[in-house]
Design a protein around this ligand. Structure first.
Ligand SMILES: NC(=O)C1=CN([C@@H]2O[C@H](COP(=O)(O)OP(=O)(O)OC[C@H]3O[C@@H](n4cnc5c(N)ncnc54)[C@H](OP(=O)(O)O)[C@@H]3O)[C@@H](O)[C@H]2O)C=CC1
Ligand SMILES: O=C(O)CCC(=O)C(=O)O
Ligand SMILES: [Mg+2]
Length: 421
């Protein structure tokens, strides 16, 4: 019988030797990658701890399987089980485009208030990449997970709600810039001080704990001044007010520049860097997207809003070999709830073919093992993945870009990881 992971009074996690961990298999390629991943987790834990530790997996349901088994897409039981066990892992879930139900993935994050979507992006030696120096990409994206246009506040063009809201904007707020009011759908983008500050706090805490060099706010605050611009301002505020001399911000640089000139500001920043302080800076989103290609080594920990974070995660993942190998976690650092998940979706054209790369969910599991302080098991999995890649025994996505590689099925790649642990 497994036991529950619990949060102790001092905020640390208590992880028993046989923790119950709920998992959601997911839709589309979810069952393929989960079938490959679970044996990898079990083998790594067995090998790392000589049989002293073992995960008791508990299946919970969401998406198509939940509809089949429980008659609904996202049963209450699923939320209850994640709250009860604190740590869980999931495969991807389908979201219809342009109609139908709203994202179950977003619903899980919002309902459980998993405010930080943490997506580390690094290159593994030997992985084929479209850029010349993928080794220079080593970033961790902290994507705000509960706000922004993902809050789902939007109305269809010509609906009563859209018409009423457009009328209100025109009549009460003097808005005259809705170009085609009769046929506009309307979406609303909430970005709050609390939401921003807790996300930025978790990014800075992470940077400090892991000895990272800088934290960058990625925003489009020149255009969306009171949402994305405010995110940047609140970000600097929390950095300066709560982290004092552990950080040096570009807001400070600006102030010194204004008061004492550029040379003084540069000297101050240089001194801060030499003293090991974290540089907290910001960049406008479009410039960032070109700079991650031209000079990725200037960026380290990224803090950004929901939509930017979604785009950035896939763009960065492509630089290091694609979303087949990009892991993630949805975390509330205050409650200790964490739901680990692959960055990619359900890739429906590959569903059931035992074909895709399971690394994304497997590396999400590595993040989960680290979160549980079972680092040794996580390290074995990374070693296993590196070994399989070195031997060029890989799934289709890498094989098609590598010379002389052997194409393995999804399940075979899982077995290969175990062999290389
Ligand atoms: N967190 C979640 O659960 C997410 C769910 N989704 C949902 O997934 C569905 C499909 O979305 P879509 O936009 O097609 O994005 P997907 O991420 O599902 O797939 C896009 C492409 O990415 C590549 N890919 C994805 N997963 C893997 C893998 N494991 N190994 C190798 N390559 C992979 C494939 O590329 P190629 O064709 O080049 O082989 C695939 O065609 C939608 O309903 C969407 O809402 C999307 C993102 C996240
Ligand atoms: O919920 C979805 O369907 C898409 C979510 C997504 O793309 C992501 O979390 O990266
Ligand atoms: Mg995405």
């Amino acid at each position: 019988m497994g036991e529950k992971i619990e949060k102790k009074e001092n905020g640390e996690l208590h992880v028993p030797n046989n923790p119950v961990i709920p998992f959601i298999e997911g839709d589309g390629i979810g069952p393929d990658i989960w079938a490959a991943a679970q044996p990898v987790f079990d083998a790594a834990v067995e090998k790392a701890y000589g049989g002293e530790r073992k995960i008791e997996w508990k299946e919970i349901y969401a998406g198509e399987k939940a509809k089949e088994v429980k008659g609904e897409w996202l049963p209450q039981d699923t939320f209850d089980a994640i709250r009860e066990h604190l740590v869980a892992i999931k495969g991807p879930l389908t979201t219809p485009v342009g109609g139908g139900f709203r994202s179950l993935n977003v619903a899980l994050r919002q309902e459980l208030d998993l405010y930080a979507c943490v997506r580390p992006v690094r290159w593994f030696q030997g992985v084929p990449s479209p850029v010349k120096e993928p080794n220079k990409v080593d970033m961790v994206v902290f994507r705000e997970n509960t706000e922004d246009i993902y809050a789902g506040i939007e109305w269809k063009a010509k609906s009563d709600e859209a018409q009423k809201l457009i009328g209100l904007l025109q009549d009460e707020f003097g808005v005259s810039t809705i170009r085609f009011p009769e046929t506009s759908g309307i979406g609303i983008k909430p970005i709050s001080e609390e939401g921003t500050k807790r996300l930025v706090r978790s990014a800075i805490d992470y940077a400090l704990a892991r000895g990272r060099r800088n934290v960058t706010f990625v925003h489009k605050g020149n255009i969306m001044k009171f949402t994305e611009g405010a995110f940047k301002d609140w970000g600097y505020e929390v950095a300066e007010e709560e982290y004092g001399d552990k950080v040096y911000t570009w807001a400070q640089w600006d102030k010194t520049n204004e008061e004492k000139g550029r040379d003084a500001a540069n000297a101050e920043q240089k001194e801060a860097m030499e003293a090991g302080k974290i540089i907290v800076k910001d960049v406008i989103a479009d410039a960032f997207l070109q700079q991650i290609l031209t000079r990725p080594d200037e960026y380290d920990v990224i803090a950004t809003m929901n939509l930017n974070g979604d785009y950035i995660s896939d763009a960065l993942a492509a630089q290091v070999g694609g979303i087949g190998i990009a892991p993630g976690a949805n975390i509330n650092y205050n409650t200790g709830l964490a739901l680990f998940e692959a960055t990619h979706g359900t890739a429906p054209k590959y569903a059931g073919l035992d074909k895709v790369n399971p690394s994304s969910v497997i590396l999400s599991g590595v993040m989960m093992l680290e979160f549980m302080n079972w680092d040794e098991a996580g390290e074995l999995i990374v070693k296993g993945i590196e070994g399989a890649i070195q031997d060029k025994r890989v799934t289709y996505d890498f094989e098609r870009l590598m010379e002389g590689a052997t194409k393995l099925k999804c399940s075979e790649f899982g077995e290969e990881i175990i062999k290389n642990m």
